[in-house]
Design a protein around this ligand. Structure first.
Ligand code: SF4
Length: 67
C-alpha cells in the first residue's frame, strides 16, 4: 500500500504521522483499531489472517527481515 494512503488512513483515525516510517505508522493504526501491532511479524511469510488489509505488505516486509 502506498505510504500516502497509509498516512490518510492514519489521519482519519487521529494519528499524527509525523516522521513515522511505514511499519511504525501501520503499528499505530493497528493499535488504535484495537488489534495487535503485528505488522512485519509474519515469520517466514506465514500468517493465517487472510483478510488482513496489510497482508501483502506485511508478508513482503516479514520475509525481507528474515533474509
Ligand atoms: S498479515 Fe498477519 S502478521 Fe501481518 S499485519 Fe496482518 S495479521 Fe498481522
Amino acid at each position: 500500500m502506498q505510504i500516502q494512503k497509509i498516512k490518510a488512513i492514519a489521519k482519519a483515525k487521529g494519528i499524527k504521522a509525523g516522521n513515522l516510517k511505514k511499519p511504525e505508522l501501520i503499528h499505530a493504526i493497528q493499535l488504535v483499531e484495537g488489534n495487535f501491532d503485528c505488522y512485519g511479524t509474519a515469520i517466514l511469510g506465514v500468517c493465517e489472517q487472510t483478510n488482513c488489509v496489510w497482508r501483502e505488505d506485511c508478508l513482503e516486509c516479514s520475509i525481507n527481515k528474515v533474509h
